[in-house]
Design a protein around this ligand. Structure first.
Ligand SMILES: NC(=O)c1ccc[n+]([C@@H]2O[C@H](COP(=O)([O-])OP(=O)(O)OC[C@H]3O[C@@H](n4cnc5c(N)ncnc54)[C@H](O)[C@@H]3O)[C@@H](O)[C@H]2O)c1
Ligand SMILES: [Zn+2]
Length: 351
């Protein structure tokens, strides 16, 4: 029986991973500090067959005891939220960056080598996705959007050469890493620290860059961790779902069930070389369309509230090129957005 450590295993993605690991016969131990930004006390969905250590990943004495005998580590613990990270960079650097360095240091000092380390990274490490000019074919790698253009409510990035419209492309792993928030920066730190420190010790390490994950158990209190949860929460409170800009910005929504399958493949497939791998659906969806779909499934007769304003941490377009996940992991997303949303609203599990 394999012994597996899941950090952040009381959270949204971690708890689904724990359920599957337990079902597959692993011995599972969780480290989670039940951070108040993610939880109001202990969630009721915790798997009774896992062992829970209620501590911060940066706590050395707890780590050494918990890591003993562990074969595989899934490191999912992190503070989430781009806007929050701008307001409180110290907590994000400490709980995401420094805590990860501490975990990696203790893993590196274990007398018995672990077999695999899998770390949750994020699409926010990229910033804007790539594009190509529809007119002059120039390849565009947009940085942060121009504040002057945003002030004029010009949301789309234009071709820097001919100012024509650009066509957005899927983001491959080679795309430059230019996070637009402190959160994205700490996710980059988590993955780069892991890929720098563990492979030289002979520990294969996989950093999974999750795009916008959604599904049951996602906290509605953590803005942007889940726009779908936020839209739902607003409707339940009798408010219209608020949409920034004109709503035509796109995101790649991936079901938590597909994310768990990518995590398991990363933790168990033989002979995987250490690397970063995108995990998404590969499909760009306008945020406005998601708001309309959530309203429809909530059976409410309201329209989304289009705010026509910009948040500094928001990019315009991002969707995953998942060819590496397909070829290296054998990953194939199975849950369409329609199926995943109806699971959320009906409680049925997509087959
Ligand atoms: N949800 C998404 O759309 C998404 C997208 C990209 C990446 N990710 C990454 O996936 C991972 C899991 O995210 P989630 O959506 O399940 O979030 P979540 O907030 O539901 O879960 C994170 C868990 O980690 C715990 N935690 C946070 N900092 C900790 C620390 N220093 N020590 C111990 N426990 C700590 C929290 O209490 C929480 O239970 C995170 O690393 C996140 O950055 C999530
Ligand atoms: Zn052009």
């Amino acid at each position: 029986m394999k012994k597996v450590l899941v950090t952040g295993g009381a959270g949204f993605i971690g708890s689904h991973l724990v359920d599957t690991l337990v079902r597959n016969g692993s011995e599972v131990v969780v480290i989670d500090d039940l951070h108040p930004s993610a939880h109001r006390g202990r969630p009721d969905y915790l798997n009774p067959s896992a062992r829970y250590v209620w501590a911060n990943v940066g706590d050395v004495s707890t780590l050494d005891e918990t890591l003993s005998g562990v074969d595989t580590v899934y490191h999912l613990a992190a503070l989430l939220g781009m806007v929050e990270s701008q307001r409180d960079p110290v907590s994000f650097v400490r709980d995401n960056g420094l805590a990860t360095a501490t975990l990696l240091d203790r893993v590196g000092r274990m007398s018995r080598r672990i077999e695999r380390f899998v770390v949750a990274s994020s699409n926010t490490v990229y910033g804007e996705g790539p594009a190509q000019c529809a007119r002059c074919s120039t390849v565009v790698l947009p940085g942060l959007r121009d504040p002057a253009a945003l002030a004029k409510k010009q949301w789309e990035v234009l071709c820097p050469r001919c100012h024509g419209p650009v066509e957005r492309k899927a983001t491959p792993e080679e795309h430059p890493l230019r996070p637009a928030s402190v959160y994205g920066l700490t996710k980059r730190d988590q993955e780069e620290l892991s890929l720098l420190l563990l492979p030289p010790l002979g520990i294969p390490t996989i950093a999974l860059r999750f795009f916008n994950v959604y599904g049951p158990r996602q906290s509605p209190t953590n803005p942007y961790a889940g726009v779908i949860s936020i839209f739902r929460g607003k409707l339940l409170a009798g408010d219209r779902p608020p949409v920034y800009e004109d709503g035509m910005q796109t995101r790649d929504f991936v079901s938590v069930h597909d994310v768990v399958s990518a995590l398991l493949l990363s933790g168990t497939r033989n002979g995987l070389p250490s690397q970063a791998i995108n995990v998404g659906s590969g499909v760009p969806t306008p945020v406005l369309k998601v708001a309309e779909e959530v309203i429809r499934l909530s059976k409410q007769d309201v329209a989304p509230l289009i705010l026509n304003t910009h948040r500094s941490v928001d990019i315009r377009h991002s969707f995953a090129d998942i060819s590496r996940a397909r070829s290296v992991l054998g990953y194939a997303p199975k849950v369409s957005l329609e199926e995943g949303l109806s699971e959320l609203f009906s409680g049925s599990t997509p087959g």
